[in-house]
Design a protein around this ligand. Structure first.
Ligand code: THU
Length: 126
């Protein structure tokens, strides 16, 4: 799947976001190196700190199915262009320096960056 398609997949899943408090709906689509795609949305909670982001949902779905190698993640929102929050950057960095992060205003204006550029000197235990 190309990155434009990956971005469109992230847009399509936005409708499943559970965001009754912020009303800011986010969708993510994570592409594994072997070609599988895992989607995710933000899931908010009455205890706001228990909220999880769309990127984390996608990554947890993939990791819990045994995937560890990722090519790219696309992120889209109901509120325009969005870039992964700090915790999501760390979450992604765990699995590789060069995971591409696909963002943009729409599918015709996507931007491709690498996680190591969004999180310089990211933390790792190993
Ligand atoms: N959110 C994400 O899902 N991903 C991000 O990278 C930024 C923030 C969600 C969390 C919360 O449900 C809403 O956006 C507003 O912060």
């Amino acid at each position: 799947m190309d990155y434009r398609e990956l971005y469109k997949t992230a847009q399509q899943i936005i409708q499943n976001a559970y965001a009754p408090y912020s009303n800011f709906k986010v969708g993510a689509a994570l592409l594994t190196k072997s070609g599988e795609v895992f989607t995710g949305v933000n899931v908010e909670n009455s205890a706001y700190g228990a909220t999880i982001c769309a990127e984390q949902t996608a990554l947890v779905k993939a990791a819990s199915e045994g995937y560890r190698e990722f090519d790219a993640i696309a992120v889209a929102s109901s509120g325009g262009e969005v870039s992964p929050c700090g915790i999501c950057r760390q979450f992604l960095f765990e699995f590789g320096d060069d995971i591409k992060v696909i963002t943009g205003e729409d599918e015709d204006h996507i931007k491709v960056t690498q996680i190591k550029d969004l999180l310089p000197n990211g933390f790792r235990l190993k």
